[in-house]
Design a protein around this ligand. Structure first.
Ligand code: BGC
Length: 369
């Protein structure tokens, strides 16, 4: 038990240190070297935590049951995330494959609440939940608390007040995610780092369109706000031509961009997308309209989907930001195991984002493959 506590603490501490170093003004300093450190460290963490978990339970966690519900399966980023979650729980932590059950919330909170209820009835040992509506956290947390089942929330952050309540009331609930303000800031910096700081037509104003994710994830709000804030903080004047919800979805973003290009034409200098799936959709319309990324229009996303990182290398996307699904999935699984073992778990656990531009894109791609 003690060993796990130590290993888990070291592991999480290394994630936290990176996270804290990159918050605030330090954010600018994350480089390709930092990417390397993050990946290398999280691997060591994963290995040592897995070993410690096995030892602490006398060999294996194989009889313990983990119930997972993803807000919807049809989401590029969450698909990568859940694949790693399953792999790590089974291959590294030693849970039996059949004891790790992953459900599709189908973007329907009522359906997902039902799934959670079933996990509770079937006496699962721990739940890992990517809520459809993050505002359902207090209700879901109460259900789990009454049943004595710990819960690890991922990707869609409950409110700060709710997270504080877990701490104050000693509730076995925690959140694993990233601070999306950081990713927004990186997106803005990527525009500032271009030769003309985003002002392609030289009129002294950066004119942009903003394609937003589903607001049920606070990431959408933070990325929208902080990407533009990075520009205005640097003294750059901006003009928002359009802000519209693309719900993290490629096809929706393609349509929005197509319509915006018809309406605003060359006036659009920057297309900000809250994630890469939408940047891929935007690119389709940009190319169809005969525009050229990095020449007469800039395009940024978040996640570092391999296709998007390849596009950064090929001058089809200006930049992206690595939303580290590997470290997040591993931290979530480690927290779930710690709960099973009755260990102390922090109420909030943040993993760092990494800025991805042409300089480090190849390196990031190699790591993702
Ligand atoms: C990711 C998106 C994803 C969303 C799901 C965000 O953090 O960047 O790609 O669709 O989470 O909630």
């Amino acid at each position: 038990m003690r060993l796990l506590k130590k290993a888990a603490a070291i592991g999480i501490a290394s994630l936290m240190v990176l996270s804290m170093a990159a918050c605030g003004s330090g954010a600018k300093e994350t480089t390709a070297a930092a990417t390397e450190t993050t990946t290398a460290e999280s691997k060591t963490t994963a290995e040592s935590t897995a070993e410690a978990v096995k030892e602490a339970v006398g060999g294996d966690l194989s009889d313990k049951k983990v119930g997972i519900s993803i807000y919807k399966f049809d989401d590029n980023f969450m698909t990568l995330y859940r694949t790693e979650l399953q792999r790590y729980l089974v291959d590294e932590l030693g849970f039996k494959k059949e004891n790790v059950v992953v459900q599709d919330g189908k973007n329907d909170q009522a359906e997902q609440t039902n799934q959670i209820q079933n996990f509770i009835t079937q006496k699962y040992d721990v739940l890992i939940l990517n809520l459809v509506q993050s505002s359902s956290a207090p209700e879901v947390t109460e259900m789990c608390k009454e049943a004595g089942i710990p819960v690890v929330y991922i990707n869609r952050e409950p409110t700060v007040e709710e997270e504080q309540r877990w701490k104050d009331e000693g509730i076995k609930a925690t959140y694993v995610g990233c601070d999306a303000r950081q990713s927004g800031t990186y997106q803005g910096e990527e525009i500032l780092e271009t030769s003309n700081k985003g002002d392609i037509n030289g009129d002294g104003v950066v004119s942009y369109i903003m394609i937003q994710g589903d607001p049920e994830n606070v990431d959408a709000q933070y990325r929208t706000e902080f990407s533009v804030k990075a520009l205005t903080d640097a003294g750059v004047e901006v003009k928002e031509l359009l802000k519209q919800r693309g719900d993290w979805d490629q096809a929706k973003a393609q349509q929005i961009t197509q319509d915006a290009l018809t309406q605003f034409g060359d006036e659009i200098e920057v297309v900000f997308c809250n994630n890469d799936a939408m940047a891929l959709g935007a690119l389709q319309s940009i190319e169809a309209a005969g525009r050229t990324v990095n020449k007469d229009i800039y395009l940024v996303g978040v996640d570092a989907l391999t296709e998007a990182v390849q596009n950064v290398l090929d001058d089809k996307q200006t930049g992206t930001v690595f939303n580290d699904h590997l470290s997040q999935a591993q931290a979530a699984a480690d927290m779930a195991s710690a709960f099973i073992l009755g260990e102390e778990v922090e109420n909030v656990n943040m993993v760092d984002y990494v800025k991805v531009t042409k300089e480090n894109a190849q390196e990031v791609l190699d790591k993702l493959k």
